[in-house]
Write a protein that binds this ligand. Structure first.
Ligand code: FE2
Length: 278
């Protein structure tokens, strides 16, 4: 049965879900991934003549890959980095949970499986994973949205599991959510264009979300927050000196239909928490 506060608010905060020792392992692995990342490979893609197409391509084919995405403004016109590469990234995505040994095990560990159970998932499938950096003074704003907009299933089934690796505060850009907002109709859908070459936002409702009623979800390291797929949430830019490293895992129900025009496409099957290969 679903946790009643999740039912009511559309989110569930689980403090101390992940141990300090595990966070240390995850942090070390992220550091290694960025150490091994060659930013020139990506900036070359970004500096081709048809920049938007290349950028789309790099993004659109990342559903079953591990790809690195820069923050806005960290590259010069020639695609060279203006800041240290460890400070330059917005995120890494979107299939660490299948392709990286450390994350494959981590994503199938008890905290995520228990959280999926607590929010009432019956046949959760691991669809998307992201490391979200939000570096000091560089990490940008994430505008109000729902995850269902970006990972569409019929019926709606996506749940986002958001893990604080660093402490998340109002100063460094913690999540904000609109309690109960998961009962509002979803306003838009992000999908591939009919020619499959790009993406577009299909808008059902132009009205912005209300300004009032949002609550900050400040979180200590190790806190796991489950977000209903229709819950409006956002985060501010990080204007502080403290980084706000986070990890997200998005799961969908195995029984739900996953339309082919979702932006995220995978050749890999979306397995459950008990996959044999972990
Ligand atoms: Fe989100």
């Amino acid at each position: 049965m679903r946790n009643s506060s999740f039912e009511q608010d559309g989110f569930l905060v689980i403090p101390d879900a992940v141990s300090t020792q595990t966070l240390r392992t995850i942090r070390r692995r992220i550091r290694e991934m960025v150490d091994d990342f060659d930013p020139n490979g990506v900036s070359t893609v970004f500096s081709t003549n048809d920049q938007s197409h290349s950028r789309d391509d790099y993004f659109l084919t990342s559903g079953d890959q591990i790809r690195f995405f820069f923050e806005d403004g960290v590259l010069d016109d020639d695609g060279h980095l203006l800041v240290d590469k460890h400070q330059s990234l917005n995120k890494i995505g979107h299939a660490m949970h299948d392709l990286d040994d450390v994350f494959r095990r981590f994503c199938r560990s008890t905290p995520f499986a228990d959280a999926a159970d607590a929010v009432g998932m019956t046949d959760p499938r691991l669809l998307q994973s992201m490391i979200i950096f939000k570096n000091p003074h560089i990490g940008g704003e994430v505008t109000p949205h729902t995850d269902h907009t970006f990972l569409w299933t019929e019926p709606q089934s996506v749940i986002g599991f958001w893990l604080a690796i660093d402490a998340a505060t109002e100063e460094n850009g913690c999540l904000w959510a609109l309690p109960g907002g998961h009962r509002l109709p979803v306003k838009s859908r992000f999908r591939r264009t009919p020619d499959d070459a790009a993406t577009e936002m299909e808008v059902f409702d132009e009205q912005p979300y209300p300004d009032e009623g949002w609550v900050p979800l400040e979180a200590e390291p190790g806190t796991l927050i489950a977000l209903h797929g229709s819950l409006p949430h956002r985060s501010s830019a990080n204007t502080s000196d403290q980084s706000r490293l986070a990890f997200t895992l998005h799961c969908i129900e195995g029984s739900a239909a996953y339309p082919a025009d979702n932006w995220l496409r995978r050749d890999l099957p979306a397995s459950g928490f008990q996959a044999a290969n972990c």
